[in-house]
Design a protein around this ligand. Structure first.
Ligand SMILES: [Zn+2]
Length: 283
């Protein structure tokens, strides 16, 4: 027990030594208890376990390659292009997307089914990259599961032993039920919007995504808004930012056909057939 305490204390001290870091999204100095390398180690360690809890990788490699391609296009223009990002579609009915520290990003098939275009997918992935870059997940996690549990969860990473199983479990459930602050949420929206434009996507895709999610929310509470709180003015500030800064970029890629072909045709094969039948019936 004593040894564990000493180990924990020394880890905490090492973590504290990481000191202040500038958040590239907000430009503010923030007290960071871990260096960014620790995020990557934590993601590498717990990412696969989180993927399993989320229902596992959706078994269609063409769809996975497509989601990853869109994600990498955004990752190349983000504030931390040096991180190795992984974008994975997980087989899960819930409508949600998750960012695990260190660049492991998951989107559920439940959410993929509701989107209509590649630009809308880029909006979700860009928003999640925003959380990774700003290291929101680490800050929110330290608030949610406590600094001690976070330090203990990281004890096993980087080849320093097996780590603490309980802390690992706390880390995983923490990531899955994470609640970002409304400020983090707004920052992730706006930085995601700028990544979309830089990557060549129509920024209106983010407005459409929010409209889709909010419409779904009127039918039943959706999971996305339990982990990503909905700032009330979301649509207003997105439209204001697009109008003020990106109005001339509305001609950028929407990618409706690509999305239908690579995602919807796979997840909802009957929908296309139904549409065809309706189309023929109308003639
Ligand atoms: Zn969010």
């Amino acid at each position: 027990m004593r040894t564990e305490c000493v180990l924990l204390l020394s880890l905490l001290l090492t973590a504290l030594a990481s000191g202040c870091a500038v958040n590239p999204v907000t430009g503010q100095e923030e007290l960071m208890f871990f260096g960014p390398d620790k995020d990557v180690e934590l993601g590498r360690k717990y990412g696969p376990q989180i993927e399993k809890v989320l229902g596992g990788r959706f078994p269609d490699e063409n769809l996975q390659a497509y989601v990853n391609r869109v994600g990498q296009r955004l990752a190349r223009v983000c504030h931390r292009p040096d991180i190795a990002y992984h974008f994975t579609a997980v087989r899960q009915k819930q409508i949600n997307a998750f960012a695990v520290p260190g660049g492991y990003i998951y989107i559920t098939t439940g959410l993929l089914e509701k989107l209509e275009t590649e630009a809308q997918l880029a909006a979700i992935l860009g928003h999640e990259i925003g959380h990774v870059v700003a290291r929101d997940t680490m800050v929110a996690l330290s608030r949610q599961i406590g600094m001690t549990a976070l330090v203990a969860a990281s004890a096993g990473v980087g080849g320093r032993g097996s780590g603490d199983l309980t802390a690992g479990a706390a880390f995983i459930s923490g990531v899955l039920s994470l609640q970002y602050s409304r400020d983090d949420e707004k920052d992730a929206d706006l930085v995601g919007l700028s990544y979309m434009v830089q990557a060549g996507y129509d920024p209106n895709g983010m407005v459409e995504t929010m409209q889709i999610l909010q419409e779904l929310q009127t039918i039943r509470p959706i999971e996305f808004f339990s982990t990503h709180p909905n700032p009330e003015s979301r649509l207003a500030y997105l439209q204001e930012r697009i109008g003020r800064r990106y109005a001339m970029f509305a001609e950028l890629k929407t990618g409706q056909d690509e999305y239908r072909q690579n995602v919807l045709a796979v997840l909802l094969p009957n929908r296309d057939r139904r549409e065809e039948v309706e189309h023929v019936a109308q003639k």
